[in-house]
Design a protein around this ligand. Structure first.
Ligand code: ATP
Length: 245
């Protein structure tokens, strides 16, 4: 087993994963460089979520390797992977999952408190992120009193609050109106770039993928060839298109 190159914070080698016998990933390999925003594109059911779950240690591939820096995630036990996720990774689901008994700032502050940060400091950091995501006024409301789009912004604040090494975002703007998506995505990508957070972003939306530094595309659990295009004037990030399966 050989660790990935130094500039890859994450690397997958020949990943295979089947859900109850049905293939979701069939030999996917990729590297994610430190600090980059990588979009994982592809149509529904192409394996994006399964790939992010394998990369983040939530699922163990049946074959293949996942490396986080020089750590072989695929050989770690459940406790080690749980600790890795708590201490180094952030996660955004397409649908916000918040703790119903906690208000918005307490939800957003959770990752810091789980790492042992004091309540005062955790609250200040959570409030700052809620403000940036335009839900500062919701700080004292519980999830049931929030709109779905507000809950998703709280979930995004929670994912960013601890400045994770890698943030996995699975269709993070799915519950938002189209008009809100660009603002939230820009907040997310700007925050990631300014804090050096590596982002792996699953999306089937080309506009979202265009905010990334690089895009890879899945089709039926396999990577398809990706070509990089130079940055277009007035747009953030670079575009990419897939040529062949
Ligand atoms: N828990 C599960 N049980 C059985 N099959 C599953 C399960 N999760 C995913 N699959 C199947 O695995 C394949 C890949 O699914 P996955 O969710 O990874 O794709 P995706 O590209 O993220 O799709 P979407 O854009 O719809 O979220 C699909 O055929 C899907 O139906």
């Amino acid at each position: 087993m050989v660790a990935p190159p130094d500039n890859d914070v994450l690397r997958a080698r020949a990943l295979h994963f089947k859900h109850n016998g049905s293939p979701a990933l069939s030999g996917v390999s990729l590297g994610v460089r430190e600090g980059e925003i990588l979009a994982v594109g592809g149509p529904r059911g192409s394996g994006k979520t399964t790939l992010l779950r394998c990369l983040s240690g939530q699922l163990l591939p049946q074959q293949g390797e996942v490396w986080f820096n020089s750590v072989p995630v695929h050989t770690m036990g459940p406790l080690g992977r749980e600790r890795l996720r708590r201490d180094r990774f952030g996660w955004i689901d397409p649908v916000p999952v918040l703790v119903p008994e906690l208000n918005a700032w307490e939800n957003a502050a959770l990752p810091l408190m789980l790492r042992g940060t004091g309540r005062r400091h955790a609250k200040a950091a959570a409030l700052e992120w809620l403000e940036r995501l335009d839900v500062g006024e919701c700080a004292r409301k519980r999830p049931h009193a929030l709109l779905q789009s507000e809950r998703q912004r709280v979930a995004i604040a929670r994912a960013l609050v601890s400045c994770p090494t890698v943030l996995f975002a699975d269709e993070p703007t799915a519950p938002l109106h189209r008009a809100d998506r660009t603002h939230v995505l820009r907040t997310l990508t700007t925050a990631a770039r300014s804090h050096g957070i590596t982002v792996v972003l699953a999306t089937h939306d080309a506009e979202t993928a265009a905010l990334a530094d690089r895009a890879v595309t899945l089709l039926d659990g396999r990577r398809v060839t990706t070509v990089h295009l130079p940055p277009a004037t007035g747009t953030e990030g670079r575009a990419a298109c897939s040529l062949s399966a």
